[in-house]
Design a binder for this molecule. Structure first.
Ligand code: FES
Ligand code: FE2
Length: 435
């Protein structure tokens, strides 16, 4: 049972909040590397409740700083990008990437006032074709995570993102809820070969799961960095089919893949934009081979986790990743399919998840929920987040900052009923990273 205070603690991630402070201990994805060009122009982003601009200096370094100038709050969205700084268009103050004011051309020469002025700015690094920022208070950011997808060649990887108009946690809770696939993502007739094939085409890999029982046995295992969430369905011949989701603090999830496929892994990062909006990062990668062109085409058709059907871009923060399907048009719900074929008539796994998450309410009220045994995964994750946020306030370092702790994969295993899923999956859950 979540209390009102716990719900607030879990969901509020703005500056000065306990959860915000926790998330700021970790590297946060901002934009993909190709979204900013050296010396070109800035983009607005809103992250962790802060209005920011991201850009790339003429010398090629990514920068992230507060949108509004420390002098008199002019928008640095119109800032002039120079070799190694961003200059305000109003009176010309210039800020280095660490926020230090390095030039104040409207001040009387020799005042040295610029030495005393520091503009909010955050260190950035690039990895996996993504610009990441460290928004925490420590002087030294942690090492970059050894995520497998950040270390594979670029053609083994597909990264996309879309904007979701609800709190980050309820969106992530869809990613750690293995029971819902048998409903939200299911056809009405799970004996229909053609309907199951439709699901497999979506690269969601639910086809096999759909043929099994709808009420899986749920189990969790705490790890040093988060939680393993296992859902076991009876699979005939005395076997149980366990699908294992990885949760890595504070916002990485990796849904399980089906055993029969050449492993192509998937992951999400659930990033707070502010308390009422978030960015869903979607990642697909192969450890061993390039993603083929036809796979890439299939993956971006909107039936799987990647959705690229955006509204025309605007100059708002993340104004270029707003999806055409939305609350106002019922997420392009096909009511006929909803009645006759699909458990939920919105097409596409990611779109189905988003339609549910956004309509739970901006920040859904967890004091009103009624949880059952199928919800133990998200209960465990919430507990870890609360514990880590409170412990951080008492000076205990956040868990999962060790780069090696990110060397993980999701897994699925078929084992005899009484066998241990965690023993059987032990090797599969670890990524062979050669950095
Ligand atoms: S408002 Fe930016 S330099 Fe004056
Ligand atoms: Fe889902």
């Amino acid at each position: 049972m979540v209390t009102r205070d716990e719900n607030e603690l879990l969901t509020r991630a703005g500056p000065g909040t306990a959860m915000g402070d926790l998330i700021r201990q970790y590297w946060i994805p901002v934009v993909t590397s190709d979204e900013v060009t050296a010396g070109d122009r800035t983009k607005r982003v809103r992250l962790m409740g802060e209005d920011l601009v991201v850009f790339r200096t003429k010398s090629g370094q990514p920068g992230l700083m507060a949108e509004h100038c420390t002098h008199r709050q002019a928008s640095l969205y119109f800032g002039r990008i120079e070799d190694s700084c961003l200059r305000c268009p109003y009176h010309g103050w210039a800020y280095a990437l660490d926020g230090q004011c390095i030039d104040m051309p409207n001040q009387v020469a020799g005042s040295q006032f610029e030495d005393k002025v520091r503009h909010p700015a955050y260190p950035c690094r690039e990895s996996g074709g993504v610009i990441w920022a460290y928004m925490g208070a420590e002087a030294e950011p942690p090492e970059m995570p050894d995520l497998e997808w950040c270390l594979v060649p670029a053609d083994h990887l597909l990264v996309s993102k879309f904007f979701v108009e609800c709190n980050w946690l309820q969106a992530m809770e869809g990613g750690i809820d293995p029971a819902h696939v048998s409903f939200l993502h299911a056809p009405l007739d799970t004996t229909s070969e053609s309907q199951l094939r439709e699901l497999d085409k979506a690269e969601a890999g639910f086809g096999l799961t759909m043929t099994m029982e709808k009420a899986p046995l749920l189990d969790t295992l705490d790890t040093d960095y988060g939680v393993l969430i296992a859902a076991g369905r009876r699979a005939g011949n005395g076997n149980r089919y366990w699908r294992i989701t990885q949760f890595h603090m504070p916002f990485h999830t990796m849904p399980p893949i089906e055993v029969q496929y050449d492993p192509v892994y998937q992951a999400h990062i659930w990033v707070p934009s502010d308390d009422h909006n978030m960015i869903n990062w979607c990642i697909t990668w192969s450890a061993t081979r390039p993603i083929t062109e036809s796979e890439r085409t299939a993956m971006v058709n909107g039936l799987g986790i990647h959705i690229l059907d955006y509204e025309p871009p605007t100059n708002q923060a993340y104004g270029d990743i707003r999806l055409r399907s939305n609350y106002g048009n019922d997420y392009h719900m096909d009511w006929e399919a909803h009645r006759t074929r699909a458990f939920f008539g919105v097409a596409g796994v990611g779109a189905q998840d988003r339609a549910i998450q956004e309509t739970q309410g901006k920040i859904y009220d967890r004091t009103q929920e009624t949880l059952g045994t199928a919800d133990i995964g998200l209960v465990r994750v919430r507990r870890q987040l609360v514990n880590a946020a409170l412990a951080l306030r008492e000076g205990t370092p956040a868990p999962g900052l060790d780069p090696a702790s990110y060397r993980i994969r999701p897994a699925s295993v078929m084992v005899p009923h009484e066998a241990s899923w965690s023993d059987a999956a032990r090797d599969d859950l670890v990524a062979e990273v050669t950095s």
